[in-house]
Design a binder for this molecule. Structure first.
Ligand code: ZN
Length: 180
């Protein structure tokens, strides 16, 4: 570790700086999820040409998997994408790929990552997604339904963001006061 890495702690922290964490929490609350069934998980992994009874491998590179990547993000530009915690939307992934993929579409990410067996990896993911039966609920469709509950939900989210901004403004004043 380099001495200069301490720098990231030596600056003011804002709550709004974590806005994406909150946006994720709101989107996750809307996201559909599958019920865990070992058979469905095993079949999904076999479609990725992995052995469900062994340690799993990252679908994007050679590394051992350490987490599950959402092939399609739950959040796109701060909004619920319609995709959720579905067995056919979760793939084994290493931490490095998971972090660097971010909001990139999986195919673009694989192009960038460019593993030697890229084509095989693309084919496996396509195979995995081919039997994804459930289409995502698009947030556009949801808002067209002008559902009162959804409207209120989005209002609350917007109020939370406003409150975070206000708290940040107050934090600056409090820090200044504390510094005398
Ligand atoms: Zn990886």
């Amino acid at each position: 570790m380099r001495a200069s890495s301490i720098k990231k702690y030596l600056r003011p922290s804002t709550i709004v700086g974590r806005k994406s964490t909150f946006a994720n929490a709101f989107a996750s609350a809307l996201a559909p999820h599958d019920i865990y069934t070992p058979e469905a998980v095993a079949q999904a992994l076999r479609d990725l040409e992995q052995d469900p009874d062994q340690e799993l491998q990252c679908v994007y590179c050679e590394a051992a998997a350490a987490t599950w990547d959402h092939v399609f993000n739950r959040v796109l530009k701060g909004e619920f994408s319609g995709h959720g915690h579905r067995i056919r939307n979760l793939v084994p992934c290493c931490r490095t790929c998971n972090e660097s993929k971010g909001q990139k579409p999986w195919r673009n990410f694989l192009e960038l990552r460019n593993p030697p067996d890229k084509e095989a990896r693309i084919r496996r993911i396509e195979q995995f997604l081919a039997s994804a039966e459930v289409k995502p609920i698009s947030s556009e469709v949801a808002s067209h339904n002008a559902d009162e509950d959804l409207k209120r939900f989005l209002e609350i989210r917007s109020q939370v963001f406003d409150l975070l901004t206000e708290a940040d403004r107050l934090a600056v004043i409090i820090r200044q006061k504390a510094a005398g």
